[in-house]
Design a protein around this ligand. Structure first.
Ligand SMILES: Nc1ncnc2c1ncn2[C@@H]1O[C@H](COP(=O)(O)OP(=O)(O)O)[C@@H](O)[C@H]1O
Ligand SMILES: [Mg+2]
Length: 345
């Protein structure tokens, strides 16, 4: 049984419905990310799980119990927010000790646990500093220590790294993953950054306008997106309308030419897509699998790679090649769509 389960949750603000009939499950020990563009309802979902708000309809089950109406302070959850939300007038020690004090943990034990946790997040010797005397990355580690020291049944992180610079973000996400695996805690991690979320998560739930469009392992989502929305999110740029034929794996394009698709036979068979880097560009007329002739409309030099926009009889394709050969605007070329890389939606 899942540790956490949202069942048919409808929620929003006043009469404004944001989450529609949302179902969501997290197993014990998993780190699950909620990924989606700004405004899609990630924070609303997290606030609901945290207990800052209650749903209009539906149930929240935690560890087999109905938690829908359980107040915030009766949920043993830890939070880390984007804006660290440390207490500015308290030392690092007191910030981290806060949750233990609330839980009336005896002094000696509290001291021991706080110091151990500070060592875990690599902040030995910082216990007497104030938040303003620390860098963004250090403050975020204090926030993490404060959330973890209470041994939460669930850790909720809302874009915890978005205020940090790019390099530190990468370092901190490895750190969060390391701590999560060390302690085996269950976590829900909200982000709008695809790379960050794929790097850190056991599972990813991609949200779109208040619903979860697909929830799966990062590799399943990357390799087998189920909808056009998801496919676009993970780098598919080229979409084609297709029709089935009598032969398995063979489809017709809108101009009645054939394409062969290998081993990606899911979906309704009405639409297919392919990433720019899975299309080869060869001089027109060259023999190649799934050929489409076209004309180079835009040529963009990207350092290691060249990107071309190529107009074909069935629409414009974006392709990205690392080939030596360079094509100019107006060149007639043949695109070859790798049969094993075409995904059916
Ligand atoms: N306190 C609020 N009152 C009214 N509407 C809100 C409030 N907070 C968020 N919203 C609206 O709810 C929608 C989802 O917001 P949110 O869950 O914060 O999105 P995300 O975290 O995915 O960016 C947005 O349209 C937003 O404008
Ligand atoms: Mg948000």
């Amino acid at each position: 049984m899942a540790l956490l389960e949202l069942q048919n949750i409808t929620a929003g603000y006043d009469k404004n419905v944001i989450l529609k009939d949302l179902d969501f499950q997290v197993e014990k020990g998993e780190l699950v990310s909620l990924l989606g563009s700004s405004g899609c309802g990630k924070t609303t979902t997290l606030r609901l799980i945290a207990g800052f708000s209650t749903p209009m309809a539906g149930k929240f089950i935690f560890d087999g119990k109905d938690y829908t109406q359980v107040p915030l302070n009766k949920r043993n959850f830890g939070f880390v927010f984007q804006s660290y939300a440390l207490f500015p007038h308290m030392t690092v020690f007191d910030n981290v000790a806060f949750g233990l004090k609330m839980r009336k943990v005896p002094q000696d034990q509290m001291k021991k646990e706080v110091m151990e946790m500070l060592a875990t997040v690599d902040l030995d010797g910082f216990e007497n500093r104030f938040p303003k005397e620390m860098s963004g990355g250090q403050r975020q580690r204090v926030a993490l220590a404060r959330a973890l020291v209470i041994k939460p049944d669930l850790l909720l992180l809302d874009e915890p790294l978005s205020n940090l610079d790019a390099k530190l973000r990468v370092k901190m996400r490895v750190e969060i993953r390391r701590l999560q695996q060390k302690f085996g805690f269950t976590a829900i991690y909200v982000t709008h950054d695809q790379e960050e979320c794929f790097a850190i998560s056991d599972k990813v739930a991609i949200m779109n306008h208040g619903v979860i469009e697909q929830m799966d392992s990062p590799s399943a989502i990357y390799n087998h997106p189920k909808t056009e929305f998801i496919a676009r999110f993970v780098g598919f740029e080229n979409f084609m309308d297709i029709r089935k034929t009598d032969r398995e794996g063979v489809y017709l394009l809108p101009d009645d030419s054939r394409i062969t698709v290998e081993g990606r036979g899911e979906g309704t068979g009405l639409k297919a897509c392919i990433r720019p880097e899975d299309i080869a560009v060869v001089p027109q007329g060259t023999q190649a699998p799934n050929p489409l002739t076209g004309e180079v409309m835009v040529s963009t030099f990207l350092g290691k790679r060249n990107q071309y926009n190529v107009r074909t009889a069935i629409g414009e394709f974006e392709v990205s090649t690392d080939q030596e050969s360079v094509y100019k605007i107006g060149d007639r070329v043949t695109l070859s769509l790798a049969p094993g890389k075409i995904i059916l939606l």
